[in-house]
Design a binder for this molecule. Structure first.
Ligand code: KIV
Length: 613
């Protein structure tokens, strides 16, 4: 990695010293042998490699950080991440994710784009109220941020959504690259500057003292124009300047140089925080983000699992763990306030709620990230864990199979289940553990031993589910070579009323889905259906996933293009009967869709055509 940051043309130290710097699824482990539970220090690489101390979180002041090495983590999973195709989350799911982000102690949660739809506005409002007001015993409370294009409607919606948080922030943006200004905005440079300046001022005038401004497509914007517009928005009251590489085109030394140049040339820059927002189109988002941090950015925008538009964003776990592992030694002592032991749970939750699967070899949170299959590696691991492992999985909330020797079966109690869940990174309590326990018991009656994969599948099935509009009562199918597949389905509605319908179809799942459609009467297109066995053997648990698109205008607005797009909704379920699991996944997707509020957000400035993007 070092070479990435040492291009001959790039000095990571800003040439102008500013006051900012003066003052201031691993879950399925393949590790099937029993390792020692005593962690040893890795002496020659600086104690335990990935446990450098953080030095605490400085008091939150929008435009200043008292500790010059502290880097704010701005999570945009619920905004940039959620707008990826198929990733729609319900308000309850967004609230769960926001709570998990607060457990991680991210500094800023970008909770959504409130002007996109009524659903988005309400979700951000709820997060501001419920997560943005919980101050923990160290004084930590996350900043809650809402995105807005540079127009009054969006800024009003954003302020309306976040204003009840203890630390509210409005993030407004307008494109600054030649190509965006000419073809998308159809505005001159002067018009773009004036829109940005007046809208930052407008956001401040609402009473918001924490305003972030982004020049969209900064990576391709003309430098002098960038310095000019950034200088103007600082004068208008912006407190954070975010520099997006919107199309993910820059390479690390280039992006680092961009940040360094902005710091050197923008008037008033010493009064604000610089931020990075790197898309992953060339697979360089984490490296670019770190190059930006080395050049002086002190806020890094990331998403859990790296989800986001197109190829996604810089991933929270990669950026945070790189700073944790190498910050002291080779990244200028930079550190964050993230509580890394909640990473696994955050990753799993986002994976389940969005339906966007994490690739097995994904750094930090992929299923194989801590798997050691080859004989040489296993031998090395047995002799000394750090021969092949630079991060202790327990540190990010992942315990290896049977680390504590707990084997679950039909005689296991709630306590053992809860202990195993914790080892797997799932910090679940109350009713969810009770519900999970009864599902676990039902499976344990049929299966001799319950593996970690079985438990993880059940967690997805019981815990990570949308609010219930329709619930499956019963399903019965007849299928085979002798006649038409026929299904009878009994569903229960929100008032507890039972509804029964029968249908024929091309197979058992098709006939059952048709029977569900006769009851729910919400026209949808089935975009994708998949079925996977999570364990081996005839008694394997299967997980099913469906992706649907509603025909009745489940629309939202894309923040960047301003275009209306059709939301898609995913549903998952798990169980030993594949038809039942398929029907439950379909009902979960329908529930998600039916819970989505479609109306536009605020329309106070109806005549305002000052839409920037
Ligand atoms: O990629 C981008 O430019 C953005 C901005 C709104 C920050 O998402």
């Amino acid at each position: 990695m070092a070479s990435i940051f040492t291009s001959p043309n790039f000095s990571p130290t800003p040439t102008t010293t500013t006051s900012q710097f003066k003052s201031s699824n691993p879950i399925r482990s393949l590790f099937h042998f029993k390792p020692s539970i005593h962690r040893q220090k890795f002496a020659s690489f600086g104690a335990v490699i990935c446990s450098s101390s953080s030095g605490g979180r400085p008091e939150y002041i929008p435009s200043r950080i008292s500790d010059p090495s502290y880097v704010r983590i701005f999570d945009t999973t619920l905004r940039d991440g959620e707008q990826s195709p198929g990733a729609t989350m319900t308000s309850k799911e967004k609230l769960d994710v926001a709570r998990q982000l607060a457990k991680l102690r991210v500094d800023i949660i970008e909770a959504g784009f409130p002007a996109a739809s009524k659903d988005d506005l309400e979700a951000v409002k709820m997060i501001a109220q419920e997560v943005g007001n919980v101050v923990d015993d160290t004084g930590y409370v996350p900043v809650i941020c809402g995105l807005a294009r540079c127009n009054k409607n969006d800024i009003d919606a954003s302020w309306e959504a976040v204003k009840n948080a203890k630390l509210p922030r409005i993030h407004t943006f307008i494109a600054t690259s030649e190509i965006h200004m000419k073809y998308k905005l159809k505005k001159t440079k002067e018009e773009v500057i004036e829109t940005a300046r007046s809208m930052v001022k407008y956001a401040r005038s609402l009473g918001c003292n924490d305003v972030e401004f982004s020049p969209e497509d900064a990576g391709r914007s003309e430098r002098e124009f960038l310095y000019q517009i950034l200088g103007e928005v600082i004068k208008a009251g912006a407190t954070t300047l975010n520099i997006p590489d919107t199309v993910g085109i820059t390479v690390p030394h280039e992006f680092g140089q961009l940040i360094a140049d902005i710091i050197s040339n923008t008037p008033g820059i010493e009064n604000v925080i610089i931020s990075t927002h790197c898309q992953n189109d060339l697979g360089l988002s984490t490296a670019n983000t770190l190059a930006g941090a080395c050049a002086g950015a002190r806020q890094l925008e990331v998403t859990v699992n790296g989800i986001g538009e197109r190829a996604g964003n810089a991933s929270l776990e990669e950026v945070v763990m790189t700073l944790k592992c190498r910050g002291q030694e080779v990244l200028k002592g930079l550190h964050t306030g993230i509580n890394i032991k909640h990473i696994v749970m955050a990753s799993k939750m986002v994976e389940e709620y969005t339906g966007l699967h994490v690739q097995p070899h994904k750094a930090i949170v992929g299923e194989n990230a801590f798997a050691h299959e080859s004989g040489i590696h296993q031998d090395g691991m047995l002799k000394h864990k750090q021969t092949y492992e630079i991060i202790s999985p327990e540190d990010i909330g992942l315990y290896r199979s049977n680390e504590f020797g707990i084997v679950l079966g039909k005689l296991s109690g709630r306590h053992a289940l809860k202990a195993r869940l914790l080892e797997l990174g799932f910090d679940i309590d109350g009713k969810e553990v009770d519900d999970l326990f009864w599902r676990f018991k039902a499976v344990a009656e049929k299966k001799k031993s319950i593996t970690d994969d079985d438990i993880i599948a059940l967690v997805s099935d019981v815990v990570f589910q949308p609010q219930v509009v329709w619930k499956l009562g019963d399903v019965q199918v007849t299928c085979g070579t002798l006649g038409l597949s026929t299904a009878t389905v009994r569903l229960i509605d929100a008032d507890g009323q039972e509804h029964v319908e029968c249908s024929t179809g091309t197979g058992p799942v098709d006939s059952a889905y048709r029977a569900v459609n006769l009851i729910v009467k919400a026209p949808v297109t089935l975009l994708d259906y998949s079925l996977n066995a999570v364990t081996e053997g005839i008694d394997a648990i299967a997980t099913t996933r469906v992706l649907i698109r509603g025909e009745n205008n489940h629309t939202s607005t894309n923040a960047s293009t301003g275009e209306t797009f059709h939301r898609t909704f995913s549903g998952t379920a798990a169980g030993m009967d594949i038809v039942v699991a398929s029907v439950r996944a379909y009902i979960n997707a329908l529930n998600k869709m039916l819970g989505f509020k479609n109306q536009p957000a605020l329309k106070k400035h109806a005549g305002n055509s000052q839409v920037s993007a």
